[in-house]
Design a protein around this ligand. Sequence first.
Ligand SMILES: Cc1ncc(COP(=O)(O)O)c(C=O)c1O
Length: 419
Amino acid sequence: MDTKQDMGFNTQAVKTHLDGLRQHRPLGVPITQNTNFQFASSRALGEAFHDPHQAAAVYTRFGHPTLAAAEAKLARLEGGEAAVVFDSGMGAITASLLAVLAAGDHVVAQREIFAQTFTFLDEKARSLRIETSFVDATDLDAVTAAIRTQTRVVYIETPSNPLLRVADIAAVARIAASHGALLFVDGTFASPYLQNPLRWGADLVLHSGTKFLGGHADIMCGVAVGRSALVNQIRQTQVLLGGLLDPHAAWLLLRSIKTLGVRVQRQCDTALALARFLVQQDGIVQVHYPWLEGSAYVELARKQMRGGGGVVSFEVAGGLAGARRFVDVLRLIPVATSLGGVESVIEVPSELDFSERELGAAASLTGIRPGLIRLSVGLEDVHDLEADLCLGVGAAVSATVLAGARDESAPCEPAPAHA
Ligand SMILES: Cc1ncc(COP(=O)(O)O)c(C=O)c1O
């Protein structure tokens, strides 16, 4: 009926002419850019409306075909039964916690988690009478000691933001399971290419897909992967709260995941080279990278990860002033927040997470010291990145020489460029 010539102009203009489309078989997943789907009868719509398996083709807030394809792919890559995708990492984290927690419940969470996850647990969840004990998740005795009979969730982030601390997923999973609690792992810094927490006994793995999964700093998204029953519980919460990824962004996510492995492998190789380079420079007090020889986490990282990831953090002499001098002088690497994209970016975490007044107390509590710098490594050539970082080393070091803290410094030299 939708091809009949006797329909009015406006009717023809709004009708979806499906006949021409049915014969095409695109190689990739198409963008299903609409909010609702048509059914042969009222009864068929009613049945689909109440069937969670058909949610991807009823109304777009419940799910849609482009997103269902991304969810199926992510479930596979993480080795989980099901995945649910959100329009931000925080959407995935907060909906997953709210899906399983109720007033009176207790959470044991790693202290050094993403700042807004910390604030959600410390303020919003607490206001709903869900209490959280924050612990050092690399100290298994501290995790065990914090568990109560009301503990429903143990929450860790590994590697952690921004210090790249690595928690033992299998060991924490055993503690959580033996007390009847669920283990949630934020695996954003590793991506599914480097680490699969479900394999080590976690119940749910979460990602800010805005980072490595999206990979081009052009979409916001979040992911939760686990057993079907748990993921369905989270999906039902998502239906109530909103926060599902729209079709166009879901398509961009699908496109990006195709190159996740090659991007992250290259980011790991460059990040390790830069970590080794930075550790040798004057004026760099400490380098944090789990794959770096001598890192406290190297053994554990090699057990549960396939590479160190695309983020390196390091501390420069001279505190916040030294860190500002370092990043402000760079020409290739822009000062910007976020991470995981094809373009390298750099930030000073203490500048974003704390006021100047809070810096001292925050440093002793979180380990994030004022001179810490977080570098997200992109796909540029190592030689160019090293040459740019030399500018930062020079700026930070010359100031400490001028201040009389050292006599002179060794020159910073980038590795030779490949022909
Ligand atoms: C480890 C980690 N988890 C969660 C988030 C939140 O993700 P989003 O910004 O996509 O909401 C971030 C963001 O930086 C993060 O670094």
